[in-house]
Ligand binder design. Structure first.
Ligand SMILES: Cc1cc2nc3c(=O)[nH]c(=O)nc-3n(C[C@H](O)[C@H](O)[C@H](O)COP(=O)(O)OP(=O)(O)OC[C@H]3O[C@@H](n4cnc5c(N)ncnc54)[C@H](O)[C@@H]3O)c2cc1C
Length: 385
């Protein structure tokens, strides 16, 4: 068992950390305040090869795998968690799913742009009345012979109104439950009948756009069906097992950011004539954060390693996501306490950490849903895929 980085991983870590420091850090507070999505960050990531993970070079990828992609995403999300969506929204969502389930034509048409940063990606499953219960979605896709006609709406879609290409799930056989769902590739810039509405007011993740999408007789070319008709539910679960790594890694990174901030603050802030870090109760808080932070990171790497080696990873991905999001919420909550009043001011990032940490308990499967996955596999009710 090797707990160290390979030479390649160490190089990627340095590259991503340097990128985050130079290209993301200077804008964090400004973009947070203005709720501003700085698309050029994603373009620059593409130019540097930071979006090419998990994709072979023939489709514009960098040929590197899960361990490297998690390493890069971790460094980026540590600086601003909103940017975890770059790799998961472009690569682990659309690009990887098209690579696994798409036709050769689809791969060549969409994957290179998603890797280069020329295209921004998204994926849309959730609807206003269909969240955890994916099979209850109402959006329909009707086979019109020479095209598909999509009607219905999607809610809470990351990058919904800023993406160029997205995967959208809809019912092709509304009477068949989970066996009647199909997946479509949507070219948002060239499709009529889609209204994209920004969700302006949300609790956190301010520089990461979130949207409602309304489809009214949107004509989708026949060749944009991804994978087999009515097999979209399986495809969706396969994709979520990858994109959930974005939440797991992002949450672990957020927990590390809180810990680093708290260590610095506890060494600087003095009360009763000494740094507050000298008080045992603060030390206990730091020790607990460090334990959880280490565990979260190792669980993320374990899930990445399983994926790298093409071994079943659904349970371990859920464990990594569940544990990391608990660690992030606990760390952000503790940071707020350690920073005292300053934690409650806008001068320090504690408010942002707490707002952003809470998202992880809901996105890409709520904590309850991940517990049912872990328990279901442990109890033998479902296999670990
Ligand atoms: C900022 C943001 C970005 C998002 N980005 C995307 C995106 O890019 N694409 C996309 O498709 N979706 C996206 N979502 C939606 C997100 O994935 C869903 O919100 C999530 O799946 C939960 O669905 P819900 O909110 O409808 O909650 P519900 O499913 O209504 O759940 C409500 C509560 O009931 C609990 N619950 C539900 N079912 C069970 C059960 N069987 N057992 C135990 N408890 C249960 C849940 O744990 C939760 O506590 C995003 C959401 C947010 C907030």
């Amino acid at each position: 068992m090797d707990f160290g980085f390979s030479e390649e991983q160490a190089m990627i870590q340095e590259l991503a950390a340097d990128f985050a420091k130079k290209e993301i850090a200077p804008y964090v507070e400004q973009d947070e305040e203005n709720h501003y999505y700085r698309r050029e960050i994603l373009t620059k990531m593409g130019e540097l090869g930071l979006l090419g993970f998990n994709i072979p070079e023939e489709y514009g990828g960098n040929g590197l795998g899960w361990m490297e992609s998690v390493t890069a995403l971790y460094e980026i999300a540590k600086v601003h968690t909103s940017w975890r969506l770059s790799i998961s929204g472009n690569i682990w969502g659309p690009a990887l799913t098209i690579l696994e389930h798409g036709t050769e034509e689809q791969k060549q048409k969409y994957i290179p742009g998603l890797c280069s940063g020329e295209l921004v990606g998204s994926f849309a499953i959730t609807e206003a009345n269909s969240g955890s219960d994916v099979a209850s979605m109402k959006m329909t896709a009707k086979d019109m012979g020479d095209h598909w006609l999509l009607n219905g709406s999607k809610m809470w879609i990351s990058g919904g109104h800023t993406s160029d290409v997205g995967l959208v799930f809809a019912k092709t056989d509304p009477s068949a439950g989970s066996r009647g769902i199909s997946c479509f590739i949507i070219d948002y810039n060239n499709t009529e009948g889609i209204t994209r509405i920004p969700i302006e007011k949300k609790v956190g993740m301010w520089p990461a756009p979130t949207s409602e999408l309304v489809f009214e007789d949107a004509r989708i070319p026949k060749e944009n069906l991804l994978g087999e008709e009515n097999r979209g539910f399986q495809l969706c679960m396969w994709m979520l097992n990858n994109t959930r790594m974005g939440c797991a890694t992002g949450a672990a990174a957020l927990s590390a950011a809180c810990l680093e901030g708290c260590i610095q603050y506890a060494n600087e802030r003095k009360q009763f004539g000494q740094p507050i870090g000298k008080f045992q109760m603060i030390q206990q808080q730091i020790a607990e954060m460090k334990m959880e932070d280490d565990a979260a990171r190792y669980l993320v790497y374990r899930a990445a390693w399983l994926k790298e080696n093409k071994l079943p990873s659904q349970r371990e991905t859920s464990i990594a996501k569940l544990y990391s999001c608990n660690a992030a919420v606990h760390a952000a909550n503790t940071a707020m306490k350690i920073y005292g009043s300053y934690g409650y001011s806008e001068e320090y990032p504690c408010g942002r950490w707490l707002r952003d940490a809470k998202q992880f308990e809901t996105l890409e499967g709520t904590s309850n849903i991940h517990m049912t996955i872990v328990a279901g596999i442990e109890l033998g009710y479902q296999p670990n895929r």
